[in-house]
Write a protein that binds this ligand. Structure first.
Ligand code: NAD
Ligand code: UDP
Length: 332
């Protein structure tokens, strides 16, 4: 890792979201001179940034990045984290998800190009689809159904990578592409439908765990502070090829339910529900590139990370109803 964020000027598209808000906090803590969150709160929550409001150099801007937007003044980094990220959210917001992945990404790229800033794209393990190669290395091209229900997210993120790469090749923009694997922690929306908030809220309410399919599908869960450390290292590096960031500690969803039961001390039976279409059967990052080029690997184990997540979930009022997607869900 070269340099620091000291005195740097940064834009975080999607800064009011789960990961984006942790990134904004980290950049401010690193001494950035200016951190501008640009978010329309479609799946985010303004309260995620409450600890930063009023801090010198921090700005909380409401804007839809799928429409042209401006941030005046010099910039060093543009981080693009703006996109619905939960399968439930992007099923509810299919066109918005495609738009933000395409137009939103291009608006961010133009902003970075005009300012001479580095552009970091939050991509995803979903570019590997339902992977036929395991664990997933960055040189695997993936197995995505382009017309299935997950395509609005997967293909938007794949297009985003292609667009970012075209700006790098044809315009000389300095870019970073991070393929984020399942990440969890405080500030996930309680009802975003992802398995971590689902099982934790079920455990805390003493409800049954809703396991989709037979629960033999695997995921690998990375704590958000580890992920943000990786984002910081990647941004400060000169690595322009895609880099996986995630925790290689793979488990089945049934094993994960038992881990949540142990950590939260609750939860009832396991009840099985239909597996969503195209749900990937296995997922685990090969983090060899991140280890070699960034000196990065996750430090927080599942027991510790779940404990911190559960403390935060216990403090919430149980509604978790922030964001337009949540309001739509609540209405269905
Ligand atoms: P999140 O939903 O909490 O955050 C996304 C943020 O983007 C929200 O605040 C939302 O309001 C904002 N946003 C969406 N569309 C926008 C638009 N048109 N204009 C302005 N703001 C907009 O999700 P997250 O889990 O924090 O994910 C952040 C990023 O990381 C996403 O790009 C996601 O694809 C990527 N990612 C996350 C994970 C994960 O496990 N959390 C895994 C892979 C990739
Ligand atoms: N899942 C589940 N029960 C739930 C929510 C999700 O069994 O209440 C499963 C889902 O089918 C998937 C895994 O947990 O196999 C991870 O789902 P999530 O939505 O968190 O993220 P994904 O990795 O699919 O993007």
């Amino acid at each position: 890792m070269k340099g620091t964020f000291d005195a740097k000027r940064c834009v975080v598209m999607g800064g009011a979201g789960f990961i984006g808000s942790h990134l904004c906090e980290r950049l401010v803590a690193e001494g950035a001179a200016r951190v501008v969150s640009v978010d329309n709160l479609v799946t985010g929550n303004g309260a995620n940034l409450s600890g930063l409001l009023g801090r010198p150099g921090f700005e909380d801007v409401r804007a839809d990045v799928s429409e042209p937007f401006a941030v005046e003044g010099p910039l060093d980094y543009v981080f693009n984290l703006a996109s619905p990220a939960s399968p439930v959210d992007y099923h509810q917001l299919p066109l918005e998800t495609l738009r933000v992945g395409a137009r939103g990404t291009e608006h961010g790229l133009r902003l970075a190009e005009a300012a001479g800033a580095v552009f970091l794209q939050a991509s995803t393990s979903e570019v590997y689809g339902d992977p036929l190669v395991h664990p997933q290395r960055e040189d695997y091209w993936g197995n995505v159904n382009p017309v299935g229900p997950r395509a609005v997210y997967d293909e938007a993120k794949r297009y985003g990578e292609a667009l970012v790469s075209a700006y790098r090749r044809s315009r000389g923009l300095s870019v970073r592409i991070v393929r984020i694997f399942n990440t969890y922690g405080p500030r996930m929306r309680l009802n975003d439908g992802r398995v971590v908030p689902a099982f934790v809220t079920q455990a805390l309410a003493g409800e049954d765990f809703t396991v989709f399919g037979d629960g033999s599908q695997t995921r690998s869960f990375c704590f958000v502070h580890d992920l943000v450390e990786g984002l910081v290292r990647l941004a400060l590096s000169d690595v322009q090829d895609p880099v996986n960031l995630g925790n290689p500690d793979e488990m089945t969803i049934l094993q994960f339910a038992e881990a949540v039961r142990a950590a939260a001390g609750g939860g009832g039976r396991i009840v099985f529900r239909p597996l969503p279409e195209d749900d990937p059967q296995q997922r685990r990052p090969d983090i060899g590139r991140a280890r070699a080029l960034l000196g990065w690997e996750p430090r927080v184990g599942l027991t510790e990370g779940l404990a911190e997540t559960i403390v935060w979930f216990r403090k919430q009022d149980g509604s978790g109803r922030s964001g337009a997607a949540a309001r739509r869900l609540a209405a269905t």
